[in-house]
Design a protein around this ligand. Structure first.
Ligand code: HSE
Length: 310
């Protein structure tokens, strides 16, 4: 029987330009690590947090809230201790809270012998995500737990569709280290949109999904367009337009805001192009006084990874 497990909980990109709150994909070069073990003392106990300053009280920590939702349902005769090695900066726009929320329930499910399926785990993790972003949405949690590209068909009842993607698709992410709170970047969005924009947007979502199924890189390029959210949010991110212009000039298929920002993502065909895009991003932000990180990653098809267990 496994009593202790160490996992890699991946970063994710939500929205993917045209799919606000529904599309997302999973990265494999950046993510948190978590160690979770069974304890005789019942309940959820966060015993260590490294990397960033986050609350230890389970009820105030996203990993704790999702884990509490799971044990409230399962009622195990043991408790769980959680250690979080946070590598994804909170508020970066690459699914930091989702990695914590999804990681704890994934690991506890493994320790309990997998009583829950991935959709049920997504539901528990959404409780943690709600603590961070003010509402339950699954566009980061779903790719973290299912892996690859996902589309959240609906949240109530939760239905997640896994979408295949071409082998040679790479993401480049730049994270300018300014703070944008998800709650605030949601608050600036209009509650109503023009019909002509809605038509463009749903055509793009449909064609992006088609492009993923048919490995059609040109159609991916044409579909990575956001006429609904990006025009409002881009002003929160210094140099967004320049990053977009230079990324496309360097061969990226598309460029958009990762989740609620401030990270910016691009998708490219091939690692070489993704790395050229990374250099272009670096050249832009190194001319500013904004600190930044850049990641190049293939699409992580598996999602969570077990690093070891005892
Ligand atoms: N879909 C969400 C948003 C992702 O853009 O607000 C951020 O958590």
């Amino acid at each position: 029987m496994t009593n202790k497990i160490k996992i890699f909980s991946p970063a994710t990109v939500a929205n993917v330009s045209c799919g606000f709150d529904v599309l997302g994909f999973c990265l494999d070069t950046v993510g948190d690590e978590m160690v979770i073990k069974k304890s005789a003392k019942k309940g959820i106990h966060i015993t260590k947090i490294e990397g960033y300053d986050l609350p230890y009280e389970a009820e105030k920590n996203v990993a704790g809230v999702s884990a509490l939702a799971l044990i409230k349902d399962y009622k195990p005769d043991c408790g769980f201790e959680i250690e979080i090695y946070k590598k994804i900066k909170p508020g970066s726009g690459i699914g930091s809270s989702s990695a914590s929320a999804a990681g704890s329930v994934y690991a506890i499910n493994e320790l309990l012998g997998r009583p829950y399926n991935t959709t049920q785990l997504t539901n528990f993790a959404m409780k943690g995500e709600a603590l961070a972003s003010g509402c339950e949405h699954a566009d980061n949690i779903a790719p973290a737990l299912f892996g690859g590209f996902t589309l959240v068909k609906s949240c109530t009842p939760l239905k997640v569709l896994k979408i295949p993607c071409p082998e040679d698709l790479y993401a480049t992410i730049v994270h300018p280290k300014i703070e944008i709170k998800t709650v605030e970047s949601r608050a600036i969005l209009p509650q109503k949109i023009e019909l002509k924009h809605a038509v463009q947007q749903w055509a793009n979502v449909g064609s992006l999904v088609h492009a993923m199924y048919t490995n059609d890189y040109d159609l991916i390029r044409e579909s990575l367009v956001d006429v609904v959210v990006e025009p409002h949010r881009k002003k929160l991110i210094p140099n967004f337009d320049l990053v977009k212009t230079e990324s496309l000039k360097n061969g990226a298929l598309g460029c958009g805001i990762s989740g609620s920002g401030p990270s910016i993502f691009t998708l490219s065909k091939g690692k070489e192009t993704a790395e050229a895009v990374a250099l272009a991003m670096q050249s832009i932000y190194s001319k500013t006084n904004i600190e930044f990180d850049i990641y190049v990653s293939s699409i992580n098809k598996e999602g969570m990874k077990i690093m070891n267990n005892e």
